[in-house]
Design a binder for this molecule. Structure first.
Ligand code: ADE
Ligand code: ZN
Length: 350
């Protein structure tokens, strides 16, 4: 790939729509948290943690994911993890992130009340906005495989947090055994309250899971959605409605959805006229970053600068921000595209 495009991607402003707060914890931080709480992890070095992050399948990933969550036990832990996360986003020029967080998992493990969890995350959010100039919204998600009471309780918390950084209700976890139908009442109520819903679907589940996310969950965007290609009628529906897909290529490879980056569905999704955004999911657990996702996609599929800019703008336009904020961000991004093209691409054929 052209050096100029690499530099363009590194510096271009970005928006990230699909990243899990817990799954974004750096290995160094995880080790410090474990030490702080005398938790024994299977490894006590960064290299060991990276090796531990080798997943045989999705259920194995979730097992490790819950151990990572278990290391975040106090408001202080949550504030620290969020601050580090925002620093990492700022370093990648990610100006706005919509961050998935699963409060019921922590409530169940530690009894920490939701308002204390949210206050801690919000202290970091306020700091990130003031000191780093980056914003974040929280997608409070239900673990579909968790106890059923997690659904209504998470909805209640999401509504309670709405004026305090919560922007949507999510649904994560293993799709095949837990369709959104289990939580139909919860999604109906969210809809009645005008609370946006953003569901994971079409990652570990096939097209039926995406249909349910649309019908039952009235999902504004689809977390992953890559398996829509198995159903032409679904592709047509997603294209007509321009439902944004939150695509996470490296995550899909690490969790066995595709065998390699080369075989990932990304170019086929673009060719089908679908609304694609690029995201990192649980970046350190997959040894990636959002910038790396753009770099790998550009290099593997020979994407040009116009396609990169379109992917970035797709994320801006699909963000759950007030329309004026979104429009301002888009204007600023276009101005930066021009500046960065002139800096890195014009007359640079290296
Ligand atoms: N929770 C964290 N990462 C996830 C993923 N990739 N799919 C579903 N649930 C998740
Ligand atoms: Zn996810």
């Amino acid at each position: 790939m052209q050096n100029g495009l690499t530099e363009f991607i590194r510096h271009v402003p970005k928006v990230e729509l699909h990243v899990h707060l817990e799954g974004a914890t750096q290995p160094e931080t995880l080790l410090r948290l474990a030490r702080r709480h005398s938790i024994r992890l299977p490894a006590d070095t960064v290299e060991g943690i990276r090796q531990w992050y080798t997943f045989t399948d999705f259920p194995h990933f979730l097992e490790i994911y819950f151990k990572v969550c278990d290391c975040m036990r106090t408001p202080d832990d949550l504030e620290w993890v969020t601050r580090e996360f925002l620093q990492g986003q700022a370093a990648q020029h990610i100006r706005h992130s919509e961050v998935t967080y699963t409060p019921f998992t922590h409530y169940r493990q530690t009894g920490l009340p939701f308002d204390e969890q949210l206050d801690a995350i919000n202290r970091a959010r306020t700091w990130g906005e003031a000191e780093l100039g980056v914003t974040m919204g929280l997608i409070i998600d239900i673990d579909r495989g968790g106890p059923p009471e997690g659904g209504p309780l998470t909805l209640e918390w999401a509504l309670q947090g709405r004026d305090h950084g919560v922007i949507a209700l999510g649904l994560g976890g293993y799709e095949p055994d837990f369709p959104p139908d289990i939580f139909a009442d919860v999604f109906d109520q969210a809809h009645a309250e005008n609370l946006p819903c953003v569901l994971h679907a079409g990652e570990t589940g096939g097209p039926e899971s995406i249909w349910s996310a649309l019908r039952v969950g009235r999902s504004r965007r689809i977390g992953h959605g890559v398996r829509c290609l198995e159903d032409p009628a679904l592709v047509a529906e997603l294209r007509e409605r321009q439902i944004p897909l939150e695509v996470n290529p490296t995550s899909n490879i690490c969790l066995g959805v595709f065998d390699s980056f080369e075989q990932h569905a990304l170019p086929r999704l673009l060719e089908a006229g679908l609304y694609v955004t690029l995201n990192s999911d649980d970046p350190p657990m997959f040894n990636t970053t959002l910038t790396d996702e753009y770099l790998k996609a550009a290099a593997t599929f020979d994407l040009d600068v116009g396609t990169i800019e379109q992917l970035v703008i797709n994320a801006v336009r699909a963000a759950l921000l007030p329309p004026t904020v979104r429009a301002n961000l888009e204007r600023e991004f276009y101005a930066d595209f021009g500046r960065l093209r002139r800096e890195y691409l014009v007359g640079n054929h290296s």
